[in-house]
Design a protein around this ligand. Sequence first.
Ligand SMILES: [Zn+2]
Length: 153
Amino acid sequence: MMLPGLIVRSSSIHAAGCYTTRPIRKGVRVCEYDGQRMSKAVADARYEGRPVTYLFSCGGNTVIDGFGMAMFLNHSCDPNCETEQDSNHRIFISTLRDVAAGEELTYEYNLYDSDEDSQDCYCGTLNCRTTMFSALELKRRARIAKRKPAANP
Ligand SMILES: [Zn+2]
């Protein structure tokens, strides 16, 4: 499922981004985060050592190996879209507010349980958190860091 009028072009946030050529009203589903579903372990093995992956965690131990337009939506700390899961566990990206023609579509990645050391954010919005990790993930990392023995001075 994809709304007509979406295009991919180069983005100031990261590589390529998804833009709308038409205005979209608030609360409209723009596309589905579609792709093969697999366990996180299988996905980790498949993508080990690759810098760019398009895995969407849909709760529990399942990830979606994304393809299609949804892959091109960049993260922003001040996004105009959000993801929602319907009762059939399908993931849709829908608008949080009215979006004007020409705007880039973005959503909060809220990365959690990542194997990466860091996931820096370059969205450039005023309230940029400088990371794409979720608040929960930052807490989890702080807890782990505390548990490690202090380094010798
Ligand atoms: Zn940001």
